[in-house]
Design a protein around this ligand. Structure first.
Ligand SMILES: [Cu+2]
Length: 301
């Protein structure tokens, strides 16, 4: 197995897994069968006296030392070759940056487009640069046998190739806090022409508000359809009245422009009753971006 000849991450992992699994299965079944046979064959009723007066056997000892050594060396070799294939990105791979934060994924393409799902062209290798902004997360694509940690302050990467168009699960594999289970999205593998059309399409107008909420990961914790998540839903929040604690006293407020803006810029100011005070601040948001998001939320009746 030459790591340079491996064409997909599945091809790097699956044969190694089957080899190790097969060897273990063979040994388990073989050893158990021999053990059971010995118990029956050499039961005291069948063999009352010791049957062997053998002191030792050099060749037997050499064999049972050498064979398992060769077996584990083979496991190491295939595992190592597979690992190298996972770390050697094929030439011409498309680059995407995956940013993980509590508790959402964002994927940024080289032309500046970003998305909460990982869109890729089918049949082309993709190199994913892995960035964590807050705590440890895990980039996990079971279908492509890819699992790599994202560590704050450390750049990491993974690659994969979606050989067939389709939708594949993408999870966070490191427990990263209350909303860990919300860090679930998909890899959308599109036929190359469709992918290019998606990549070069820009959202404008009201779609931009939603795009910004997706891009900054807001929708990991706030739903748009009224369903409960870690934070209050955005649907119908405008003009509703909310209860929160201020200086230890319960207060109420009507959600308006100023309230929404404050809640985005200074999340800890007014924590709605029944929700944990865990929203991070977003220092890189511009005033204009906040305005677009607030207007979008106001439109959600
Ligand atoms: Cu996570």
């Amino acid at each position: 197995m030459d790591p340079n000849l491996i064409t997909s991450t599945q091809a790097a992992v699956d044969p190694v897994f089957m080899f190790i699994f097969g060897a273990c299965l063979l040994l388990l079944v073989g050893i158990t069968a021999v053990m059971v046979w010995f118990v029956i064959r050499y039961h005291r009723s069948r063999a009352p006296a010791p049957t062997s007066c053998c002191e030792g056997n050099v060749w037997l000892e050499i064999a049972w030392t050498l064979l398992p050594t060769l077996l584990v060396l083979a496991m190491f070799y295939y595992g190592w070759a597979g690992y190298l294939a996972l770390r050697n990105v094929p030439k011409g791979a498309m680059e995407v940056t995956a940013t993980a934060r509590m508790w959402s994924w964002n994927f940024t393409y080289t032309n500046g487009k970003s998305s909460s799902k990982l869109y890729v062209p089918a049949g082309k290798p993709v190199k994913v640069n892995l960035v964590a902004t807050d705590v440890l997360h895990g980039f996990y694509l079971p279908a492509f046998r890819v699992k790599r940690d994202l560590v704050p302050g450390m750049t990491n990467y993974a690659w994969f190739i979606a050989t067939k168009p389709g939708s594949y699960d993408l999870f966070c594999s490191q427990y990263c806090g209350t909303g860990h289970s919300a860090m679930i999205t998909t890899v959308e593998a599109l036929p190359p022409a469709e992918f290019l059309a998606w990549l070069n399409h820009r959202e404008g107008g009201e779609h931009r508000g939603k795009e910004l909420l997706e891009k900054h990961g807001c929708l990991g914790c706030h739903s748009l359809d009224g369903s409960a998540k870690i934070g209050p839903t955005f649907k119908g929040i405008y003009r509703s009245s909310v209860r929160f604690m201020a200086a230890g006293k319960p207060m109420t407020a009507t959600v308006d422009d100023a309230y929404l803006t404050e809640s985005i810029v200074k999340p800890s100011a007014k924590i709605v009753e029944g929700f944990p005070a865990i929203m991070p601040t977003y220092p890189d948001l511009t005033v204009e971006e906040v305005k677009v998001m607030v207007e979008f939320i106001e439109g959600l009746k």
